[in-house]
Design a protein. Structure first.
Length: 339
């Protein structure tokens, strides 16, 4: 079963061809689609030419595009071999996965890897490995639960690891988009006095999320995904009225969300989605007397099935060692003041 691929030397400096051989002509017909519409869809998306020669398909294009097309055809043919049909939507999904590098693992495969004691998150640009036991438990929780909280001081990797898992799930085709959000509390009414359009006004508050994404995705790919709305970065206020389906959703700096904002955000969770809430209870910037939605969510959702809470301490700080000592000093001061 399967197919073989032979890449002959290019006939001219600009001509590249890969020959793919498919032993089952019946499956090859289904692979091509009615009037070769599946092949046409791949040709259009990747700017390649696919020619049928008996039980072979010849793919012409640049070395990169012909390799992508070969991988897509391989994936779709394997699907047919298992008895599963393919349609335009399945072809499009295969193209998107190839465009992302097809580097993802299934959630079950990832959990099996964790069970074997190897904790790493694979993204397009790098592999990320949790450094502390709390971080390992947190990453596992992100794969196991539809709603997970990461609570602790700055520098413990809460947001960074969440974005890494989101990119991994996007690469693997487990979600269709990534949505990253933060409350723009620091701006308040001053947003109206900042220059530029709304994106220009809120981007400074979203910059940590852009920084995390830049670590995991090539710049051109990230730009393309954002243009296609498959990666969205937006203030919390922009989430009202939306249902976030088939998405990996992260709410960062959640300690600055009010109770009503937190409830609004949590109830955006749609089918096929996962949601991560990160925050630091020691850095609340809300007006005095306004309750933190993160604090209330801890109390209200404690014990709710499907919700996981993960906590970090200064021992989990992965920035400069002095940061951990600063956090410990402030924690001691708070304890002394409370005493």
């Amino acid at each position: 079963m399967g197919f073989s691929a032979i890449t002959p030397p290019p006939r001219t400096p600009d001509a590249h061809e890969t020959l793919l051989e498919f032993p089952d002509n019946r499956l090859l017909i289904d692979l091509c689609g009615e009037f070769d519409r599946n092949l046409a869809q791949i040709e259009h998306k990747l700017s390649v030419h696919i020619l049928r020669r008996g039980n072979q398909l010849a793919v012409l294009g640049t070395p990169e595009t012909q390799a992508q097309a070969a991988g897509i055809l391989h994936h779709l043919y394997q699907r047919l071999e298992t008895g599963k049909p393919i349609d335009a939507g399945e072809v499009d999904a295969a193209i998107r996965m190839a465009d992302l590098g097809n580097a993802g693992m299934t959630v079950d495969q990832q959990l099996e890897m964790f069970a074997a004691g190897k904790y790493e998150i694979r993204t397009r640009k790098k592999q990320v490995e949790p450094r502390t036991e709390a971080q390992k438990a947190y990453v596992r929780s992100l794969f196991e639960h539809e709603l997970a909280f990461g609570i602790g001081p700055a520098g413990t990797g809460k947001t960074y690891l969440a974005v890494a898992v989101g990119v991994t799930m996007l690469i693997g085709g487990h979600v269709d988009k990534i949505i990253l959000s933060r409350p723009a509390v620091e701006a308040g009414e001053r947003l109206g006095f900042l220059p530029g359009d709304m994106k220009d006004k809120v981007d400074p508050y979203m910059q940590p999320l852009y920084d995390a994404l830049n670590d995991f995705l090539p710049a051109k790919q990230m730009q393309k995904l954002m243009e296609e709305k498959r990666i969205e970065i937006a203030p919390l206020a922009f989430m009202r009225g939306r249902t976030l389906s088939n998405a990996f959703v992260v709410l960062d700096e959640a300690q600055n969300a009010t109770t009503m904002q937190m409830k609004m955000f949590l109830t955006r969770l749609g089918q096929g989605s996962r949601m991560v809430i990160t925050g630091d209870r020691s850095q609340i910037d809300l007006p005095r007397g306004t309750a933190s939605g993160l604090h209330d969510a801890e109390r209200i959702l404690d014990g709710v099935r499907g919700v996981a809470f993960n906590y970090f301490t200064a021992a989990d700080v992965v920035r400069h060692p002095l940061v951990a000592r600063i956090i410990e000093a402030y924690e001691r001061s708070d304890v002394e003041a409370a005493g």
